[in-house]
Design a protein around this ligand. Structure first.
Ligand SMILES: C[S@@+](CC[C@H](N)C(=O)[O-])C[C@H]1O[C@@H](n2cnc3c(N)ncnc32)[C@H](O)[C@@H]1O
Length: 200
């Protein structure tokens, strides 16, 4: 989906569309990220990056939506933490090799060719010992209708992610159903894939 779509969505919402609390899976595994800088991909209004900044990481949030990232900066200010924001299309965002202690991808539903390219860049972008954290909807989510894209091509399976993330050690790699109640955008029982992976 285009930047205009997300700018309109975030602009219309008086609060934060996905809430101001971090994604529950991220919050449950964030302590696995070693000290150092973290990069949050497709980070929208900043709830995850701000949480990681509050844990002491130098956090960078990348998203194509300038409106979303303006709200991310407001949230960081409200919480009294620093946050770097980068308005960019992930198709052209340059990942510095070996730069990141943590990279986070929460509900980043991209076209498959871009997703594959980005995951290769994630593997290169992590420092040794660095951690990648992902949660996203699987195609089973289409039956729940509680959030996420309607286009099956934007949903993802663990099987595909295992291939795309070759080179990382998978510490958590599962497809599960769980209640996702994160803002007004994610509202109930959901089918998700979760990954916690480490670069050796
Ligand atoms: C479902 S929202 C998730 C936001 C955030 N990760 C969260 O969990 O609150 C998806 C986000 O992906 C971003 N996005 C989609 N395609 C993108 C692209 N090609 N480049 C950068 N951001 C993109 C959108 O702008 C939107 O903010």
């Amino acid at each position: 989906m285009e930047a205009d779509f997300w700018n309109e969505r975030y602009g219309r919402e008086p609060g934060h569309f996905y809430g101001t609390d971090p994604n529950a899976f991220l919050a449950s595994v964030a302590a696995q990220i070693p000290p150092g800088p973290v990069l949050c991909l497709a980070e929208g209004e900043g709830r995850n990056a701000v949480h990681l900044a509050m844990l002491g990481h130098a956090a960078t949030a990348v998203d194509q939506s300038a409106v979303g990232l303006a709200k991310a900066r407001d949230l960081a200010t409200a919480r009294g933490v620093a946050l770097t924001t980068v308005v960019a299309d992930l198709a052209v965002y340059p990942f510095d090799p070996g730069a990141w202690s943590g990279i986070v991808s929460i509900f980043a539903h991209l076209p498959q060719p871009l997703r594959r390219t980005m995951h290769a860049a994630v593997v290169r972008g992590l420092a040794p010992g660095g951690v990648f954290i992902l949660e996203a909807y699987t195609p089973d989510q289409l039956a729940f209708g509680t959030g996420g894209p309607k286009d099956p091509a934007l949903l993802m399976r663990l099987e595909a992610l295992r291939v795309e993330l070759a080179g990382l050690e998978l510490l958590v790699a599962q497809e599960i159903e769980r209640d996702v109640r994160e803002g007004t955008g994610h509202t109930g029982r959901a089918a998700v894939v979760q990954i916690l992976a480490r670069k050796r």
